[in-house]
Design a protein around this ligand. Structure first.
Ligand SMILES: [Zn+2]
Length: 169
């Protein structure tokens, strides 16, 4: 007689694995949108899209004007990532913390120009950072944990390309 192995099953569906599957950029509805054929030029940030990939560079004169997924999210005010920073240590050191967060975003920009910080808001004792992609919000959260300690938590819903990260220190 076979016994169920809840332990193994639980391992297979651990949040880490679910998070990994969910973070595939093919799940991002903003990237999956139908685009005109040929080369595209974003009118807002001047990124160029060739063969489905948005990059820095010069566009052909025949390039179609089409908003990139990051600028479209900014225009819609619809972030993919939300990071909440809480705790007295974090709040007292907020200027350093924000320098760290911006530094992560700048580094990410080089290779992944669609990963951007949208807004940084201070709301009594808390700071909220929104981003155009979930990989950036995860990277910022990890860097803050690595640099200052504290506690990092993730929140996401099945089937949605959105990630909440809460960091408290
Ligand atoms: Zn753009």
């Amino acid at each position: 007689m076979k016994h169920a192995e809840p332990g193994n099953r639980a391992l297979g569906f651990s949040p880490g694995r679910r998070l990994q599957l969910m973070m595939d950029t093919r799940n991002d509805p903003y990237r999956a949108r139908r685009k005109p054929r040929g080369e595209l030029l974003c009118p807002d940030c001047a990124l160029v899209c060739r063969e489905g990939r948005w990059q820095h560079g010069a566009a052909n004169t025949q390039a179609h004007s089409h908003r990139c997924p990051a600028c479209q999210r900014i225009a819609d005010r619809y972030p993919a990532g939300t990071l909440t920073i809480e705790g007295s240590y974090a709040y007292e050191h907020r200027s350093e913390v924000l320098v760290t967060a911006r530094h992560v975003a700048e580094q990410m920009q080089v290779e992944h120009p669609l990963q951007r910080i949208m807004d940084i808001e201070a709301l009594d004792g808390r700071i909220q950072i929104t981003t155009t992609d979930i990989h950036l919000v995860q990277a910022i959260g990890k860097s803050l944990l690595h640099a200052y300690g504290g506690v990092l938590k993730y929140g996401f819903a099945e089937g949605q390309y959105q990630l909440r990260v809460d960091w408290a220190a």
